[in-house]
Design a protein around this ligand. Structure first.
Ligand code: SF4
Ligand code: SF4
Length: 454
């Protein structure tokens, strides 16, 4: 590990071995349901309307979150941060997100100031992610009704999945029928004038942010209230109708070229290659997605594009084809980064339930990336990109109890057989590479079913 990175990690751990700046400085706020989480890994928790009535900063600084911060300051591992504890407890020297996020430019410079604050202080975040609306044209297999109207429509049409933890069902009631009547959206616009000057990044998520009128309203806001240090970012599925994307890009061009914001980054999501990606992200047009990357880069060559790959069981067979295609785009345009994370929920789509014969397939991808090195944002794969996939690899190959694998494989079979009744294309047709593995899952399903009905 390079020494400045080690020094930073030592300084973070010196505050406490469970301290993480993301709990103070980063927040994802779901205005549709009135929830938030810091960072995006823990479950979302409710923002009580009583707290919001007293103070709009409760959009981030809830009483609940303050107690979690207290645990962190005292060196206690908050259970909600299990995502990081799992990484920190397996072999491999890759840092956890606790370290990666705390070392980021929006966090690390504030370390001493934050560590010295009382645990119950209200903090202005530097990195805000906000969801105005859950309208989404896709229905990804790992996503839920709470953040996609397409999944909500699917559940309405077909009902809940049988014999499963209902991962696709709504967990929270919407706070209002629409954006205009929503008290959380109103509180957000009340809070914005207090925080926008200190913001490093404002990231809009969804649903699909390009389908929300508040995304366009934010561009108006920054035109009237410039922050030349601000990075505007969008989590975009890059598969909306052309006229919607073009309308946004025209407006962005006006605001960005005036210097009202520093820049605009696109965080786009795809988890593997071609028809495998389309199988997982229902309604995705993979070729259109790839074509739209070129559209963004040709219009805004300086735009930073981060591809979030949520690595699940479906990612493994053709991830290398995906990397090859992205490598070509990197060569042509530069600044296209692959950011890979392992899928944790739902457990039955996790990559680590795969049989061991697939482990070398992931290793092959690591070699492919390692043979094409470059600096971060360059024309090859940076250490950061390689480390993120290596971290997934170590997590996949770490030993887990066989009962866990059997349960996940049985649940995978339960979920996929029902998913295949709802959408075109079936798993055995799209993933012939998994013929043997699919038979394992089927066997696990019938075995567990027999045990539970005896
Ligand atoms: S410890 Fe990990 S899960 Fe918790 S806030 Fe930090 S990065 Fe997120
Ligand atoms: S594009 Fe995003 S919000 Fe829409 S279904 Fe997929 S993961 Fe969910």
């Amino acid at each position: 590990m390079k020494s400045d990175k080690k020094d930073k990690i030592d300084r973070i751990n010196k505050v406490s071995p469970s301290f993480c700046l993301a709990k103070w400085l980063q927040v994802t706020i779901d205005l549709v349901h009135g929830t938030n989480h810091s960072c995006h890994h823990p479950n979302r928790h409710k923002i009580p309307l009583e707290e919001l009535a007293e103070n709009a900063s409760a959009l981030h600084n809830t009483k609940f979150k303050k107690t979690v911060r207290k645990e962190m300051l005292e060196g206690v591992r908050p259970p909600e941060c299990e995502y990081c504890w799992q990484v920190e407890d397996v072999t491999g020297s890759e840092p956890s997100d606790r370290h990666i996020k705390s070392m980021d430019h929006w966090a690390f410079p504030h370390l001493d100031k934050i560590a010295a604050l009382p645990w119950d202080a209200d903090v202005i975040p530097t990195y805000v992610e906000v969801m105005f609306d859950k309208s989404c044209n896709l229905a990804c297999a790992y996503c839920i009704s709470d953040i996609s109207t397409s999944i909500e429509a699917e559940i309405k049409k077909f009902g809940p999945y049988k014999m499963l933890d209902p991962h696709r069902l709504s967990r929270h009631e919407p706070a209002a029928k629409n954006e205009d009547e929503n008290p959380y959206v109103k509180a957000f616009w009340k809070w914005m004038p207090n925080i926008y000057k200190g913001l490093d990044t404002l990231r809009i998520t969804g649903g699909e942010p390009l389908l929300s009128k508040n995304t366009f309203k934010l561009l108006d806001f920054f035109e009237e209230n410039p922050n030349p240090d601000l990075t505007l970012a969008l989590n975009c599925n890059l598969c909306v109708r052309d006229e919607i994307l073009d309308k946004f890009l025209d407006r962005l061009d006006e605001v960005w070229s005036k210097g009202s914001i520093k820049k605009c980054d696109f965080y786009i999501s795809v988890d593997t290659f071609g028809k495998h990606a389309e199988y997982v992200r229902k309604n995705l047009d993979y070729n259109k997605f790839i074509g739209n990357i070129s559209k963004l880069k040709e219009r805004f060559p300086q735009m930073e594009i981060i591809i979030n790959a949520t690595y699940g069981i479906y990612s493994i067979p053709h991830f290398k084809n995906f990397l090859e295609q992205i490598y070509e785009l990197k060569q042509k345009y530069g600044w296209i980064v692959v950011d890979t994370s392992y899928l944790s929920h739902p457990m039955y789509l996790r990559a680590n339930m795969v049989t061991e014969d697939f482990h070398p397939v992931i290793k092959d991808c690591l070699e492919y990336m390692g043979e094409r090195p470059s600096e971060f944002g360059g024309k090859g794969f940076s250490t950061h990109e390689l480390e993120k996939l290596r971290r997934v690899y170590h997590w996949v190959i770490a030993k887990r109890p066989s009962e866990e694998h059997n349960q996940n494989r049985a649940d995978f079979y339960t979920f996929i057989t029902q998913l295949d009744e709802r959408y075109p294309g079936t798993f055995p047709e799209v993933f012939p590479e998994y013929k043997k593995f699919w038979a394992h899952c089927k066997k696990a399903f019938f075995f567990i079913k027999k045990l539970t009905t005896e």
